[in-house]
Design a binder for this molecule. Structure first.
Ligand code: ADP
Ligand code: ZN
Length: 756
């Protein structure tokens, strides 16, 4: 009997992470590689696991094993003949798992399309034929062919010796299947299954491409960036005012990177909102560009991923998950509009795409560019500390002026008897704008018609039964329902108060729908188009609305913060903000930052063409400094002010917020879990007094959203100083949470997107 021996007689094993997320299978399992099977780290394999067959990923190959030889089982087969996860990403997954204290199987899942797991998508193949005999022989046989005209025609086509798909052949020869089969049996041709790719269609209208003479600011930025792409990489924060031409800078960087044979990743907050950039890239880079977006079918997504993995696509544009693209020889990662919240994932395992971009760039000697007109406080603080090179572009291209901003006090409007959502000033400006054939954008950061419905006698507010969040009234003949913006629950509005039986149910506040209705009522003849979650849910919903506006068929675009994101409409000369206070009043330490960003970004949408822009901000708090900074587009002063405030109140970046969120369908279970966890944390601190000094605050509380999607919630929020012990401390805490509370769902978050 012969044993499987290789490489100098040593048996070869591999360490496999099984694709199951469970405490007991978190570490790798050893399997034997059968003789004749060639495997590499990063490759996916099928392995026996208990009595089942499971998928796993090879972490490493080893020559020895300390385990009892008879207990080691064989790898069944490789799932692909190449490593699905290249070395750099394998290392990144390990680092992420360690740092965020989660199982490696979880972070590995981020590194490949979800559809690949469990064999849910397959490589698409097509039958193709190729000649086995010489061309002369084929032509001769074609001429001698008496009855079989099909066979003769096929021989003539195939005489070029190239591979022809059956689909292609059937466009010339009617139903060639049977004939081809017979020809293969006669050994004239060979028929094979060839891989094909589903290349997603371009749903965006191609843009005319213009190559500009770069501005001085653009040139200076590139002089810093390009040498780094050439060399060992660099880290940049590109702070340029709206309309300063940041896109052009990273286009040039991408081009340079390609020229050096390196690949690039461009992250955008939401791919549907950046059709212009996508079509620019498609036009300029053609098939070397891959676009990853949520509307791709599973098969298309898998194929785009394979094009990237094979190195056929070398420039990838996509939302946050594209940061994990297996780009070969990475040269550059750009994070456009880096301040956007969408870079934080809200699913498990949670990650910040900007952190991942940084980690990859450091690991792969690539260059990272974070770009924004309103950088996040955290990123700008890092740049000031010298972690990133700060590149500033303070001027708009072509010396275009920044828009003029006026602040309208809505309290005065109310005193003067104006109960509509539009101030006199904004109404007048909209009229003028339409008369001149120019366009306007109106921001209302709440969708629906009325923000909430309440009983005037007892103050009862209609809330979602699943979510403890007030429901929003949506008008319309098909709708007319109250909706929950968290879970989608809908119910007809009550005619009597469910609490006191009173008949005075009233509707308060405004949403995008109401703004649209009022604009139509107050300014007849002006055509509007609305962009919010409700109008963009269909396939290519965004594209249609943006096209409607771009073409000029609509004068006014009304929308939620969606319209503030990176859109470039040269004909927009007026931007109105209906209720600037909406985001300012949220119970979150970042609400000032969010408000500043939103106002500055949306104001920046005006005057991007030749004609200057005008911005009107309506507010009930005209003296709030944040509104003033935004009106002056004064990022620096806002930053200094906010930075001081964060230091004073001990918020990030001076501290770190961490929270454990317990969720359960039973209220007492969530409370109980939080209580046990809190006790454990206090015990832990008693054992490690040094840790105690780093934790400034521990609260065990009900979040402002008490129930979400039918699950009761309770959270423990900790404010702590960042120190060398932080990691160990958090590791110990998450470990404890997992060990002691396996029945309740416990989520752990560092600086969470929301504290609600
Ligand atoms: P940002 O992202 O900084 O707000 P964009 O990159 O969208 O700005 O550029 C604003 C506009 O200026 C775009 O329409 C772009 O095509 C144009 N543009 C960019 N660079 C130049 C240049 N060097 N000369 C003229 N126009 C430019
Ligand atoms: Zn709900």
């Amino acid at each position: 009997m012969v044993f499987s021996t290789r490489k100098g007689g040593k048996k070869v094993y591999c360490q496999v992470i099984i694709d199951i997320i469970h405490e007991n299978v978190a570490s790798p399992f050893t399997y034997r590689i059968p003789a004749g099977m060639d495997l590499e780290a990063g490759q996916r394999v099928a392995v026996p696991f208990g009595r089942q067959e499971k998928e796993g990923i090879i972490l490493e190959l080893t020559e020895q094993s300390s385990l009892d030889e008879t207990r080691i089982r064989d790898v069944l087969r490789p799932l692909e003949d190449y490593p699905a996860i290249p070395g750099e990403l394998l290392a990144l997954a390990k680092q992420m798992a360690e740092e965020s204290h989660c199982p490696l199987a979880e972070t590995l899942r981020l590194m490949m399309p979800a559809q690949m797991r469990g064999g849910r998508v397959h490589v698409k193949t097509e039958r193709a034929a190729r000649l086995l005999i010489s061309a002369e022989d084929a032509i001769l046989r074609a001429e001698q062919e008496k009855r079989g005209y099909k066979r003769a025609n096929l021989l003539r086509i195939l005489a070029d010796g190239k591979l022809h798909t059956v689909r292609e052949l059937s466009s010339v020869v009617n139903e060639p299947g049977e004939t081809l089969k017979k020809m293969a049996a006669d050994r004239l041709i060979e028929i094979s299954e060839e891989e094909t790719l589903r290349i997603p269609g371009n749903s965006f209208a191609p843009q005319e491409e213009t190559e500009y003479t770069l501005t001085q600011d653009q040139k200076e930025a590139l002089e810093e960036i390009l040498p780094c792409i050439h060399g060992k990489g660099g880290k940049f924060l590109l702070h340029g005012v709206t309309g300063s031409g940041k896109t052009e800078v990273f286009m040039a960087a991408v081009r340079h990177s390609l020229m050096l044979g390196k690949g690039s990743v461009i992250l955008v907050p939401e791919i549907a909102l950046t059709p212009q950039m996508v079509s620019w890239f498609r036009n300029r880079f053609g098939p070397v560009a891959a676009v990853i977006h949520s509307r791709l079918s599973a098969g298309e997504r898998y194929d785009e991923w394979r094009r990237i993995r094979r190195g056929d696509a070398r420039v990838v544009i996509g939302a946050r998950s594209a940061v994990f693209s297996p780009v070969r020889n990475l040269g550059l990662i750009v994070v456009d509009e880096e301040h956007e919240n969408t870079y934080l994932s809200d699913h498990h395992p949670r990650y910040d795409a900007r952190d991942i971009a940084l980690k990859r760039c450091v690991r792969e000697n690539a260059t990272m560019i974070l770009a924004s007109a309103t950088p996040s406080i955290l990123s700008f603080a890092k740049a000031r500390r010298g972690d990133y090179v700060l590149l500033e572009m303070p001027r708009r291209v072509m010396n275009r002026p920044l828009p003029e901003v006026e602040i309208v006090d809505m309290r005065e409007e109310l005193e003067n008897g104006n109960r509509t959502v539009l101030s006199g000033e904004l109404r007048k400006a909209l009229k003028e704008c339409a008369v001149c054939g120019e366009q306007a954008m109106l921001l209302m950061n709440r969708r629906g018609y009325n923000s909430f419905v309440s009983c005037r006698s007892c103050g009862y507010v209609v809330k979602c039964p699943n979510c403890d969040i007030s429901m929003t009234y949506h008008m319309g003949s098909t709708d007319g329902m109250l909706r929950c913006h968290y879970c989608g629950y809908a119910a007809p509005p009550p005619s009597v108060c469910p609490e006191c039986g009173g008949r005075y149910i009233r509707y308060f506040g405004a949403g995008t729908q109401k703004v649209e209705e009022e604009v139509r009522k107050l300014l007849p003849g002006i055509s509007t188009v609305r962009m919010d979650y409700d109008t963009t849910s269909g396939k290519d919903g965004h594209g249609k609305i943006l096209e409607e506006f771009r073409s000029g068929r609509a004068n006014v675009l009304i929308g939620t913060q969606m319209i503030a994101k990176g859109l470039d409409f040269p004909r927009v000369t007026l931007v109105g903000v209906i209720a600037a206070d909406m985001t300012l009043n949220l119970p979150d330490y970042r609400s000032r930052e969010r408000t500043f960003q939103l106002l500055t970004q949306v104001a920046g949408r005006a005057g991007r063409g030749e004609r200057p822009g005008r911005v009107i901000i309506q507010t009930y708090k005209p003296d709030d400094p944040v509104i003033g900074y935004a009106a002056r587009q004064d990022y620096r002063s806002f930053f200094e002010d906010e930075f001081r405030r964060r230091r004073r109140s001990l918020y990030p970046p001076f501290t770190m917020l961490a929270r454990f969120l317990a969720e359960s369908s039973k209220e007492h279970a969530a409370c109980e879990a939080a209580k046990i966890l809190e006790e454990k944390i206090h015990k832990m601190i008693a054992v490690h007094p040094a840790w105690g000094k780093k934790i400034l605050l521990i609260t065990n509380d009900t979040p402002s959203v008490k129930v979400l999607r039918g699950r009761y919630r309770r959270h423990i929020v900790m404010k702590m100083l960042v120190s060398p012990e932080t990691d160990e401390m958090i590791g110990a805490m998450t470990e404890t949470a997992r060990e002691t509370l396996p029945e309740t769902e416990i989520w752990f978050e560092v600086n969470p997107t929301t504290m609600m």
